[in-house]
Every structure is written in C-alpha cells, then in structure tokens.
Ligand binder design. Structure first.
Ligand code: HEC
Ligand code: HEC
Ligand code: HEC
Length: 460
C-alpha cells in the first residue's frame, strides 16, 4: 500500500516534470527533425543492427578498403555523444566533415552529400538530436586505420578536391517537385553514395553518376534512364513503389543494403516525397553500361522433370550435389517454383525476367543466395533464408549459373573462385592498396629532387 502511494506521488512528480518539458518542446520542429533524420537515414550507420534499443549509440563498423571506420555515438550524451555540440559544430560535422574538436571525419560519414543540406533543415535535425533522442552514455570504439589513412588531416586535401560546401539551391528552370526530388535524392537520401562508382581516391566519379557501383559484395545497379542497362523503362509508379515496398513484381526486389535503406528510411517517406524522387530519378541522363549476353539457344532443365526435391534446406544434406538444376529444385523451388515463376500473389517473386537474375553482374543473385533477404515492410515482412552454411562456393556458382541461364536466358559461367571473390567484397583501388608505399615513394622522389637541386646550385 505504502509502495503504491509512493508510486502515485512519483508518477505525479514525473507527470508535472514531463508537462513542463512538453510545454517547452516545439513538437512541429521535433517532428520535422525526426522526418529529416529518417530521410537521411542517420540510423543506417549510427545504430547497430543488433542493438536497435540503443538508437544512435554508434559503434557500427563500416567496412572500407582502408579498414573499418566506426560510426560515432550521436546521442545527446555529454560525455560520449554530441551532447556538448553547438548547432554550428553539428552543422560543420554534417556539412563539412569536421568534428567539434576540429578533427576531420572520414567520408564514410556522407558529409559530401549532406553538404547540400539547407540551414533550416540542419536546425531541425539539431533540435531533434538534442531533444528527441535518448542520451546513451556508452563510448563507441575508436577507428584505427593503417598508415597513412590514420592521418585524418589528409582529408583536408581530399575535401579540397572533392567536397562541396554549398547548400543545395534549386534550379529556377525546373519545377518545385523536381527540385524537391533532387534534394531528397542527392542530399538526404544520398542515392549516389551507393549507386555511383568511385575513382582511385574513393571519391564518387561524377561522370558515372548513378551508373552502378559495387558495395560489400552487393551491386547497386545502374539507375540512370538508360532503357536497357538502367531503369529507363520503369514508370514513376514503379520507382515510388520500389522505394516504399522494395518489391516491383516482374522487375525487382530489394535485398542487402537497399533493403536496409528501404526498411529504415524510404518506406517512411510520404507519397509526395516518393513521387518527387521518382520524378527526379527518371530524368537522370542515361548512361549505358554493359548488359549480360543473351543466350541464342534457350536452356531447359535436364533434371527438373524427374527430380522431386523436398525444396527445403534439409534436403541439401547431400553436399556432393553439384548439378545446378538439382540444387535449384532442392533449395529454391519450394518458394520460387519449379519453373521459377514464383507464386501468384508475388510473395515469392518470379525469377523469370527478374533484374537480379538477368543483370550483367551476378553479385546480387550470389549475395541473395549466400546471405538471404530480410526486409521489414509497412504491410508485411519478407524473409528468404541464407544458404551460406548449406552451400559451398562451388554449389552457389552452379545454382547461380543454372538460374541465370534457365530463367534469365543469359550466359553465365561463374566459377567457385568468382563466387568467393564476390562474397569477399571488392578489392581496394590500386592507390588505396599501395597508399603507404606510394606515399613513401613520393617522399623519396621529392627528397631526390631537392637533393639534385641543392647539388646543382652548389656546383654553380
Ligand atoms: C553511411 C554511414 C553514415 C550515415 C548515413 C550517417 N553517418 Fe554520421 N558518421 C558516420 C561515421 C562512420 C562517423 C565517424 C567518422 C570518423 O570517425 O571519421 C560519423 C560521424 C558523425 C558525427 C561526428 C560525431 C563525432 O564527434 O565523432 C556526427 C555529428 C554525425 N555523424 C551525425 C550524423 C547525422 C545527423 C546523420 C544523418 C543526417 C548521419 N551522421 C548519417 C557514418 C554515417
Ligand atoms: C546503402 C546503399 C544504397 C542507397 C543509399 C541507395 N541504394 Fe538503391 N540499391 C542499392 C543496392 C545494393 C541495390 C540492389 C538491391 C537488390 O537487387 O537486391 C539497389 C537497388 C535499387 C533499385 C533497383 C534497381 C534494379 O535494377 O533492380 C532502385 C530503383 C534503387 N536502388 C533506387 C535508389 C534510389 C532512388 C536511392 C536514393 C533515394 C537509392 N537507391 C539509395 C543500394 C543503395
Ligand atoms: C523459404 C522461401 C525461399 C527460398 C527457399 C528461396 N527464396 Fe529467394 N526469395 C524469397 C523471398 C521471400 C524473397 C524476397 C521477396 C521480396 O523481396 O519481396 C526472395 C528473393 C529472391 C531473389 C531477389 C533478391 C534480390 O535481392 O534481388 C532472388 C534472385 C532469389 N530469391 C533467388 C533464390 C534462389 C536462387 C534460391 C535457392 C538457392 C532461393 N531464392 C530460395 C524466398 C525464398
């Protein structure tokens, strides 16, 4: 009884303090900031996938060719997060890649995209992070890259070359909707950080804007308006639906990093914003990239008439099976159908005429088989099991070749080495791999040149 009274008193104290708080909070600014944080997908890197109960506490390691870069704690914790950041410091971190103590951030934090953010939006975001996010008093690990990348000041030079510090200014000649779509795509949604390939210094190659790029084994496809290699024949509706649900029957389903972006970010955007993105993406100039070679003779399964696989992972116990057709019947047919047509309600998608199956690069098919597909949706969740424990690289290669040839009618002769390389992720560009050697050689060269000049001057 005594406890109950105390509890009531406590609750009332809590209520009054909460009310005082609530009175001072500008809820519309808070909501605006929350929506922007969602559209910019801050959670993608700053919340660990396995600790969703600690939003924005950081500690998530982003794999880069230079090593793992750890995302910071950006909760308003004064000790471990950004609780002491002023709005100006927050703005500099977001738009210039400079932390409060002046150190340069690595561009794994997409400040190159966020640099276009308007002052008004930075203000709302700052307000949200200070008032709408729980402080979490836990430190994130330190990023420790090898020499020379541990010298953060190097980013100063990189920024001079590649960063842009101008907020987005709409082009007067285009409609307000198109400008909104451009802002959402380029600045907040940072589509290009995944869909644009990078040059030898890991900066986006603007001449290949949205023409497709590799990403930790997955491949963010060409989404320019090229009809064949891009998504030129998708309607506005297709693009908006893909961003909202991750599924456009007969075209594509989202797995890997795109599934995450849809789950945490795009599916929460309002329809007006999704349509604006579709409007913008559809008019991005076409860039033609290679497409897969189609087969002249259709392939029919040698086995699918006689085989009666269980269609589940248990039937893969026979690890010696190497025939792609049999592997398909055992591992895939229960959901995607013997003929690859999926189910009538499209819940299990058709593999025939599927962009992942016919793509020039087999990355997403291999990664979907190896790692599975998981995506939470507004209406329903989807789950395809991961086969990496059941199938060897050789078996993944066989089933991939089978699926591509039979359902995609494209040439495919991947080996187990190809599968291993794709699953391992892309190799770092030459300059990054040999950066320390190159840097030392460059220094030696400079010293030699200075030496020659000095000797020459003395002789004179
Ligand atoms: C693609 C991954 C990614 C996304 C998306 C992202 N960040 Fe970051 N962010 C990082 C990484 C990684 C770091 C640490 C970089 C470093 O140590 O050089 C970082 C650092 C920061 C810092 C500096 C904190 C400090 O003192 O170390 C702030 C502030 C920040 N992010 C805010 C945001 C906000 C706000 C958003 C959304 C608008 C966001 N980030 C989205 C990856 C990301
Ligand atoms: C975190 C990285 C990432 C970001 C950010 C991202 N994408 Fe993607 N996107 C991918 C990957 C990877 C795929 C391939 C997914 C698959 O097929 O399973 C993909 C697939 C797509 C596809 C399907 C293309 C096809 O041929 O199947 C479209 C359309 C698309 N993205 C549009 C966008 C737009 C528009 C944005 C920005 C608003 C965006 N993406 C942001 C990584 C990303
Ligand atoms: C238990 C059912 C199930 C099994 C077994 C299964 N899948 Fe899937 N598959 C799914 C679901 C569900 C999706 C996601 C549908 C969506 O995104 O709407 C999917 C998606 C896919 C996609 C599109 C993924 C992308 O990222 O583009 C491909 C390709 C695919 N499966 C191929 C296969 C192959 C090959 C096998 C056998 C090795 C297989 N699946 C086994 C249920 C299954």
């Amino acid at each position: 009884m005594k406890n109950a009274t105390l509890w009531v008193i406590n609750m009332c104290l809590f209520c009054t303090s909460f009310n005082v708080l609530a009175d001072n909070i500008d809820t519309s600014l808070l909501d605006k900031g929350r929506y922007l944080a969602t559209a910019a997908d801050c959670t993608a890197c700053h919340t660990q996938p396995n600790s969703q109960e600690k939003p924005y506490a950081g500690n998530y390691a982003i794999h880069s060719p230079m090593g793992d870069i750890i995302a910071s704690n950006i909760t308003p914790s004064a000790e471990f997060g950004i609780g002491n950041y002023t709005e100006q410091q927050f703005s500099d971190a977001l738009r210039k890649g400079i932390a409060a103590d002046g150190h340069h951030l690595y561009p794994a934090m997409p400040y190159t995209a966020y640099s276009g953010m308007t002052d008004e939006d930075v203000h709302a975001l700052y307000y949200y992070f200070m008032h709408g996010v729980e402080p979490i008093d836990e430190p994130a690990k330190q990023t420790e890259l090898d020499f020379p990348f541990n010298i953060r000041a190097l980013m100063f030079g990189w920024n001079l070359l590649y960063a842009n510090d101008q907020p987005y200014t709409p082009d007067d000649t285009q409609s307000a909707e198109l400008s909104r779509g451009q802002y959402l795509s380029d600045v907040l949604g940072h589509c290009s950080t995944c869909h644009t390939p990078r040059n030898s210094l890991m900066a986006e190659d603007q001449s290949q804007y949205l023409a497709g790029a590799e990403l930790d084994g997955w491949y963010a496809p060409n989404i320019t308006s090229d009809a064949e290699s891009g998504i030129g024949n998708w309607s506005y509706q297709d693009i908006a639906q893909y961003l909202k649900t991750g599924d456009v029957p007969g075209k594509a389903q989202a797995g890997g990093p795109m599934a995450e972006a849809i789950e945490h970010s795009f599916r929460h955007l309002n329809d007006g914003d999704l349509n604006a993105i579709a409007k913008y993406i559809k008019q991005v100039p076409a860039i033609q990239t290679p497409v897969a070679k189609t087969l002249t003779k259709p392939v029919t399964s040698s086995v699918h008439q006689q085989i009666t696989g269980q269609g589940d992972q248990a039937s893969l116990a026979d690890t010696s099976e190497q025939d792609g057709g049999r592997l398909y019947q055992n591992a895939c047919a229960s959901c995607h159908g013997r003929d690859g047509a999926g189910t009538d309600d499209h819940f299990y998608p058709s593999l025939v005429e599927n962009r992942t199956v016919t793509a020039a690069k087999a990355n997403n098919l291999i990664m979907a088989i190896s790692d599975g597909v998981a995506r939470q949706g507004n209406q329903y969740d989807v789950l395809m099991p991961a086969f990496k424990r059941d199938l060897s690289n050789q078996q993944i290669a066989s089933v991939t070749n089978y699926v591509r040839q039979r359902f995609g009618q494209v040439k495919s002769d991947l080996s187990s080495q190809d599968v291993a390389a794709i699953r391992h992720g892309q190799e770092a560009p030459f300059v990054i791999r040999y950066a320390s050697t190159l840097l030392v050689s460059a220094l030696v060269l400079v010293l030699i040149v200075i030496g020659v000049v000095v000797v020459y001057r003395r002789r004179k």
